[in-house]
Write a protein that binds this ligand. Structure first.
Ligand SMILES: [Zn+2]
Length: 334
């Protein structure tokens, strides 16, 4: 099975989460909404986005399924829900609902803020509902992965063999609360407890002037057998510098997992040459364009199959009948 482990969804109704007015007004989100033809910010917008996702995956035959990521709200240090600082919020229940409606093409990526009082219960509930990973974005959600409040979650993830997908390095599309927690080294307590950890974006910079955490990501990748990195958003001009290092080293290549960061815009790196850059830009489907660019970069079969192996996809309540059927037969890699 070929899996894209990093796909986002947005919520526009209070039952499903929230998107702040501030976020809706930022340039990247206005561009994304325009590009995806999204109008308004209500229940209809959610249904339109869902339909767009389904069609986008269907039109990307190289991919069997994507992990749809929930995105937990911000919680303060004292454990209280922080509405003012929450700009993107997608509940686990909404992500579960989407995956139940589209069991052949969507897998549930849970998100649980470790400082919320019911964190462990919510994680256990998510895993029981079929979560294939736990997703964090510490610099935006405002917590430190090395904080001891995370440790019970690590024990649970290790126990259930569910990987942690945690953002490493910079991020500019969402407001940052604490950039000091961008360092992949803060994930060591999870690794020491046996959790399979995927450092999203391999610690790369998302803009000039940020600290480059690719060296720290590399250090962990060499040190821990169960530490990986995803290729989400590496097709951005600010992050694609990492390909030079990642593709030249066999060990680092063996640590890469496919992720797109859809609906983030993928742009072909200039190293592909003008002809292939122009061809890639002609592809309107960004999920597919991201795959095509990575095919041109020479990612091998092991890379495309790695996410499915690392996520240890096992039968779950979400999958039901028809799990992977129909789509896996379309895959060129399976
Ligand atoms: Zn992302």
């Amino acid at each position: 099975m070929v899996i894209d482990c990093h796909v986002h969804v947005c919520a526009f109704t209070p039952e499903h989460g929230k998107m702040s007015q501030h976020l809706l007004s930022t340039l990247p989100f206005r561009f994304m909404r325009w590009r995806l033809g999204m109008r308004g910010s209500d229940a209809q917008t959610e249904r339109d986005l869902e339909a767009t996702m389904v069609q986008t995956i269907r039109d990307t035959p190289q991919i069997d399924a994507v992990v749809v990521l929930a995105f937990d709200a911000v919680y303060r240090d004292d454990g209280r829900f922080d509405d003012a600082n929450t700009h993107l919020y997608v509940t686990n229940d909404y992500a579960i609902e989407l995956c139940r409606r589209h069991p052949a093409s969507m897998l549930f990526g849970a998100s649980v803020h470790p400082y919320r009082p019911d964190a462990l219960r919510e994680l256990e509930r998510s895993i029981a509902a079929g979560a294939v990973l736990l997703k964090w974005l510490p610099i935006v959600q405002g917590f430190n992965p090395a904080d001891e409040r995370c440790f019970p979650l690590y024990e649970a993830l290790a126990h259930h063999n569910v990987p942690l997908l945690s953002h490493t390095g910079g991020e500019k599309s969402l407001p940052n609360l604490d950039t000091s927690v961008a360092d992949p080294m803060l994930l060591e307590p999870a690794l020491k407890r046996g959790v399979t950890v995927i450092g999203a974006h391999c610690g790369t910079k998302s803009a000039l002037g940020e600290t480059d955490f690719l060296p720290q990501w590399e250090q962990l990748a060499r040190e821990y057998e169960h530490f990986y990195g995803d290729t989400a958003a590496l097709n951005l001009p600010t992050r694609c510098y990492a390909y030079t290092r990642l593709l030249e080293d066999d060990l680092l290549r063996s640590k890469l997992i496919h992720g797109s960061d859809w609906p983030i815009l993928p742009l072909p790196p200039l190293r592909l040459g003008v002809g292939r850059c122009v061809a890639a830009l002609a592809e309107d489907n960004w999920l597919k364009r991201d795959v095509q660019i990575k095919e041109c970069l020479g990612f091998d079969q092991d890379y495309w199959l790695r996410a499915g192996k690392i996520l240890a996809l096992s039968p779950s309540p979400l999958q039901g009948e028809g799990r992977g059927e129909g789509r896996s037969s379309r895959s060129r890699y399976a």
